[in-house]
Design a protein around this ligand. Structure first.
Ligand SMILES: NC(=O)c1ccc[n+]([C@@H]2O[C@H](COP(=O)([O-])OP(=O)(O)OC[C@H]3O[C@@H](n4cnc5c(N)ncnc54)[C@H](OP(=O)(O)O)[C@@H]3O)[C@@H](O)[C@H]2O)c1
Length: 274
């Protein structure tokens, strides 16, 4: 499933390609970057919705917006986005954001779901970063944001594969950050906590036990991400509460944390995920 439409960006404006821009954090990146004067390539699978969103951004901000439909769980979908990146001029930002959650015990989760999660979150992100970086390095400018999660910091019972792919993205970004030092090209692992998007509802993940105070808006997550990028921070954890939570997780004994997470998983049967 691939499809591309819209005006190929041939302006002098910086270009951003956002995967999973149909809703949630990806859509919030698109709104903010369009308002800041970026041309955009919006990627996702829900064509009608992306077409309408692209039109809204074009008329509101006068920027060029393309729509790229591709399923990143499929090789052909990853290749379609790679091809678009290879043709990109002025590519300033790649946001590897597309993703989904699965709740439940590992041994009860379908193998196809597990493999798709690795493909969409890890394989696609690695391939797209590898495609985008040489041109950015040649221009000594640009950035890649890999959307990870606070789940990257703590192994989670009830969403084992999710925590593992997000930890991969965090480690991947940290290593890349060291390689890119001094090149003018930046990388970030964006590690949000609970964010109000379609993420949980689409997979039937029950969030009723999550206190209101823990939720962030997609807009504030994006604001913090772009602020971190300006400051060259490789790990970006939006929200003071979540920064404290991660700090605590680093200092408390890991065995204690594992026991706590297992007990919580038994209570909630793995129903909450960030
Ligand atoms: N919401 C949270 O609490 C939270 C917390 C930490 C990290 N995150 C991460 O934030 C990222 C964005 O999620 P969100 O919260 O904004 O959820 P969302 O509203 O459900 O958006 C997910 C996006 O990913 C796209 N996507 C999913 N599977 C895809 C596939 N196989 N191929 C192509 N595109 C695919 C969707 O596109 P279509 O629907 O058009 O297919 C959609 O645009 C994810 O990586 C997620 O893991 C979310």
């Amino acid at each position: 499933m691939t499809y591309a439409a819209g005006n190929p960006s041939s302006t002098n404006r910086p270009l951003a390609l956002i995967t999973g821009a149909t809703s949630g954090i990806g859509a919030a990146f698109a709104r903010r970057l369009a308002a800041d004067g970026h041309d955009l390539v919006l990627h996702g699978r829900r064509k009608e919705r992306l077409d309408a969103f692209a039109e809204e951004l074009r008329s509101a901000h006068g920027v060029s917006v393309e729509v790229l439909i591709a399923d990143l769980a499929e090789e052909v979908g990853i290749q379609a986005v790679e091809e678009r990146l290879k043709r990109a001029q002025n590519l300033e930002l790649l946001v590897n954001n597309a993703g989904f959650g699965i709740h439940g015990l590992f041994h009860e989760t379908g193998v196809q779901d597990l493999e798709e999660m690795i493909t969409v979150h890890v394989r696609a992100s690695v391939r797209l970063a590898r495609t985008a970086l040489p041109a950015m390095l040649a221009r000594s400018r640009g950035a890649v944001i890999n959307v990870s999660s606070v789940a990257a910091f703590i192994p989670s019972a009830g969403s084992v594969n999710y925590g593992a792919v997000k930890a991969y993205l965090k480690a991947f970004s940290e290593g890349l950050h060291m390689e890119l030092r001094g090149t003018g090209v930046r990388v970030q692992a964006l590690c949000p906590g609970f964010t109000r998007t379609e993420f949980h509802g689409r997979r039937g993940i029950d969030t009723s036990r999550i206190p209101d105070g823990l939720w962030m808006s997609a807009e504030s997550v994006v604001d913090e991400s772009l602020n971190c990028l300006k400051r060259g921070r490789v790990i970006c954890i939006p929200g003071r509460k979540y920064r404290f939570f991660v700090w605590l997780a680093k200092w408390l004994p890991q065995s204690w944390f594992r026991k706590l997470r297992s007990a919580r998983m038994k209570r909630t049967k793995g129903q909450s995920q960030d």
